[in-house]
Ligand binder design. Structure first.
Ligand SMILES: [Zn+2]
Ligand SMILES: [Zn+2]
Length: 274
């Protein structure tokens, strides 16, 4: 089973560098993305910042005309203003702020999504995968059942975080931190210059696609669950979604599912047991 996912942010070219290279907003790129996926019969889960839904309700309504899309939460405003979160990091025990502050953000995000889509979300990914020891308890309280924050190619299966929440690891190579695109241009002799998660592997898109296909095939052979992170923004910036179309074509040979459909009943290992 395969989960195709991506994150969608509000308009801010400074904060989200990919936007400097896009003629459309991330939400508009998401619409194009869902349209392409739909043509290949592929289900996609996109995690939206609450603010992006408030900014572009019309685009979101257009996206929701497609049946192959699940919307999940991605914090309200991606930890802005930055200075405030820097202070939180320094003076509290959490990068996301005090527990009550984080609860306020989660509640605001879920409410914004409900107001635009009419639905209660059950899937969540933190912006920059940035969760802390309070996050999952708060998410549980607000009805979230599946989270996807853990980037690791070692895990083949989801894990139970507690009796309610399932963690769907991103177990294939994520695009944004490993793909030459936008600001992250190829530079002669520079191998490891981009991002804490890149671990030195950076690819041109053809190579990234090859790596991704290999990872998916390997996970499928093991009977595992593959989670892909391919952002509408990165796919748009890199080659205006040409490779994304190829990816969907490739995925049409497999069973795709929404993150919310990750089965909760299999005997997954509890986090840390494997
Ligand atoms: Zn994000
Ligand atoms: Zn990107």
């Amino acid at each position: 089973m395969i989960f195709l996912t991506g994150d969608v942010h509000f308009k801010n070219k400074k904060l989200f560098g990919d936007q400097q290279f896009m003629s459309v907003s991330e939400a508009e790129a998401a619409k194009k993305y869902v349209d392409i996926a739909d043509k290949y019969g592929i289900k996609a889960t996109l995690f939206f910042t609450g603010k992006s839904l408030v900014e572009e309700p019309k685009t979101i309504k257009d996206i929701l005309k497609f049946k192959n899309i699940e919307i999940g939460g991605h914090t309200y405003n991606a930890y802005q203003p930055e200075i405030l979160y820097r202070l939180f990091k320094k003076f509290t025990d959490s990068v996301n702020g005090p527990e009550w502050w984080q609860e306020r953000d989660i509640k605001k995000t879920i409410t914004a999504i409900r107001k635009t889509t009419g639905e209660n979300i059950i899937s969540w990914r933190n912006h920059a995968y940035r969760y802390d020891r309070y996050t999952y308890n708060i998410l549980k309280k607000y009805g979230i059942r599946v989270v996807s924050n853990d980037v690791t190619t070692k895990k083949r299966f989801p894990e139970k975080i507690n009796n309610t929440i399932l963690s769907l690891p991103i177990n294939t190579t994520p695009d944004h931190e490993h793909l030459y695109h936008g600001e992250k241009r190829y530079a002669e002799g520079v191998k490891e210059s981009w991002g804490p998660y890149s671990k030195g592997n950076f690819y041109f898109i053809d190579k990234w696609f090859e790596v991704l296909k290999g990872e998916i095939e390997s996970i499928e052979r093991d009977g595992g669950f593959a989670t892909i992170l391919a952002h509408p923004s990165c796919m748009e910036v890199t080659d205006e979604m040409e490779t994304f179309g190829k990816l969907c074509d490739f995925l049409s040979g497999y069973k795709t599912a929404f993150v919310k459909e990750a089965p909760l009943t299999l005997p997954y290992p509890l986090r840390g047991e494997d």
